[in-house]
Design a protein around this ligand. Sequence first.
Ligand code: GLN
Length: 563
Amino acid sequence: MEKKFIVVAGGVMSGVGKGVATASIGKILQEYGYKTTAIKIDPYINIDAGTLRPTEHGEVWVTSDGGEIDQDLGNYERFLGQEIPKVNNITTGQIYKTLIEKERRGDFLGKTVQFIPHVPNEIKKRILEAGNDFDIILIEIGGTIGDYENIPFLFAVKSLERDYGEGNFVYVLITYLPIPSHINEMKTKPTQTAIRLLTESGIFPDIILCRAKEPLDDVRRNRIEEYANIKKEFIISAPDIKKTIYSIPLNFEKEDLGLKILNKLSLKPLKFPDWSKWRSLVEGIENPKKEIKIAIVGKYLDIGNYILKDSYISINEALTHASAHFSVGLDIDWIDAKSFERHPETIEILKRYKGIIVPGGFGESGVEGKMMAIKFARENNIPYLGLCYGLQLAIIEFARNVCNMENAHTTEVMKETKYPVIDIMDEQKDVKQKGGTMRLGSYACVLKENTKIFNLYSKLGRFEMDKLKYLTEKNKGNCNGEFVISEKHRHRYEVNPEFIKELESKGLVFSGYHERKDGTRLMEFIEIPDNKFFIGTQSHPEFTSSLQHPSPLFYGFVEACSD
Ligand code: GLN
């Protein structure tokens, strides 16, 4: 079939859920039987999001093929339920880097390298490469219409339209309709301005998604219709959701958005959607049978509540996915680990929680407080889930307090410790630049039979080998056999093999390892069998969780917290 393109751009302001809307449209088209993928365009000059502070631009998402990427790719994976590789994130920095490298190599054979056509051509090339195996390619343009830095991307999209034909393109404009409190009336003017700005690039929107606090009423719908000359049926109301983003595809489908888009692209449904399972999970989130309190103990200095959620979006989502399967509501408290260091007696507040998580992190700030929380969870049999740094600190805590290794530590924090139970791998030792130099992306892991972790991965069907097809030979290592799974990584330090025997002799179980081509085994999971749920992983399982396929560890954690 001919390739089809859906371009999603934002008007008025950013942060109104363009990524989730793009992912939802993708999910709907998938349900109609089409192979769909989504590409995120970020107009910044960074090559990728790996060097961006999470408080600057939200969480850094990790792709299976080792990309450190804008968090929107996480939304795409969570909704589409398929791997989205790093080529699906295009930044201005990548375009210019490639062009300048080519110029230095002499690839342009003496020609002048110019903004037009070279920049849009490079953008087009990348879009087509990323969309190669798919019927429908969604292209989300970051920022808002009118941003100077978006001009090359809009130009490139228009040029693609010329190549592929108007009929194969649908433009979706996502706008925001404010309701200023002093007049309490929904205003359409910013949307009108956004439409005008878009048409200045030669692009006329086919569909307008109207984000607002409230649903769109007839008066405003008529006004936009008249102003934009777009039939009412293509002006879609997208009010704030009450509880979960996973209700968005269902809401769009109430207005038949999928069929309307297919129609515009002259496509017929290849099958009809079956939303029954999705709907029942959404209901599980919207109407929980009970509520449980979870503490996430980390280092949250100077982060407002709002930014905090965005910086840990995948953990939030993975917890939500699991909670949908048990129909429990989660009340999450983000606790600053440093508060325990300053006031050790306050550790007792953790008694109020049904479960404790220590998320990933870097550096020394708050590590002692995090270990106080881990010790409390271990000694009081409160379900504990340690993610990456959360595994490393659990091992240090165990080494110090159970194995009597005084001042055991990670060499990330204490170079001269007598017990470096967490240490850097040799190949990481002489890293000279910061971008893209960690152990990154999906790695295979062999699980130990009859452990809690093994049972969870088995129960949730994660031993399917086809997941491993995305792994490079290096990342597969020597991991063979039936009980191989894969998870994503983003870290530099590893469990030091020298101390494994001693830790094991005191009751810590290492339930999975990655074996490198050179035979070195890297520990991936730990558990304490006598505790109700005390589990840590060197990986980031929050990056491989979706509503229909929750992460086994989050599933087990929420299950343990709910009874
Ligand atoms: N700082 C630790 C390391 O680099 C853990 C990183 C993480 O939690 N992502 O190994």
